[in-house]
Design a binder for this molecule. Structure first.
Ligand SMILES: Nc1ncnc2c1ncn2[C@@H]1O[C@H](COP(=O)(O)OP(=O)(O)OP(=O)(O)O)[C@@H](O)[C@H]1O
Length: 248
């Protein structure tokens, strides 16, 4: 995966299990976010970004020309680091996707309510649906972004450090929600938090960043296994150094 001519991350082979949580961990700049964005063609939106290799989804390479990137992003939703609701009402944030994907107007209230319920937010906002989403607390805003993502009925969710801007209580709620959602949505998260990966994920991929013979630094996947294995008995000393805090 490169930006301009710079190969940011190389040699990545991962099989993401359905309806489980997979965590991508590693030091800053190792390419976690880059790899995450490859999985739903979000990198297409970055000028100069280029993906080599293949990303198979239900056996089909997401990067073949006949694949519609917008449909890919509907089926594989994304939640970002900073809760980024639109400067619109709570209702309109969640209704936005269903509206543009052609839901009937009369069905929207129900679709919005179901998505907010699924994101464990309904009870806190049912009397605030007309309020601007930006007036909500950070944790609620992030759950709103999750509701917005699931309102278009995706099959998978990508979350790029979804708790990094949240306090402990809000983080716990999002982690509980993630685990609950994983029953329905295959989930891949990027996390910097060394406790979060073992708390929430089934599998962990550890990346690091290393200089090549020309001194150019590239991210690469070092180890990918069950989270319990990666944290209790890592196969590679670089993984152990990172998770024990000796590096990164
Ligand atoms: N839009 C971009 N344009 C150019 N280079 C980029 C871009 N995004 C990321 N990179 C580079 O790609 C490499 C991997 O970045 P990436 O953000 O994927 O790493 P990361 O592991 O997610 O880091 P962090 O934890 O700091 O977010 C870095 O060298 C970074 O500078």
């Amino acid at each position: 995966m490169s930006y301009g001519g710079f190969e940011a991350v190389r040699q990545v082979g991962l099989r993401v299990p359905p309806r489980r949580i997979t965590a991508l961990i590693g030091p800053s700049g190792c390419g976690k976010s880059t790899v995450l964005r490859c999985l739903n063609r979000m990198n297409d939106l970055i000028p100069g970004a280029r993906v080599g290799g293949t990303v198979l989804y239900h056996g089909e390479d997401l990067y073949t020309p006949q694949v519609d990137a917008i449909e890919v992003r509907r089926r594989i939703g994304m939640v970002f680091r900073r809760p980024n609701p639109f400067p619109k009402s709570v209702y309109d944030n969640v209704a936005y996707g269903p509206r543009i994907t052609g839901h009937r107007r009369q069905d929207l209230p129900d679709v919005v309510e179901q998505a907010l319920r699924r994101a464990a937010l309904w009870e806190e906002v049912e009397d605030k649906l007309k309020q601007n989403a930006l007036s909500l607390s950070g944790g609620r805003r992030q759950r709103l972004c999750i509701a917005r993502a699931i309102a278009v009925r995706p099959e998978a969710l990508l979350m790029d450090e979804p708790c990094s801007a949240l306090d402990l209580i809000a983080t716990t709620r999002i982690e509980d929600l993630m685990q609950n959602l994983a029953a329905d949505y295959t989930t891949v998260i990027v996390t910097h938090n060394m406790q979060q990966a073992p708390r929430v994920s089934d599998r962990t991929a550890f990346f690091t960043v290393e200089a090549d013979e020309h001194g150019e630094r590239h991210g690469r996947l070092i180890e990918y296994d069950l989270t319990t294995k990666v944290f209790a008995n890592p196969a590679d000393p670089r993984t152990e150094d990172y998770i024990t805090g000796r590096f990164g």
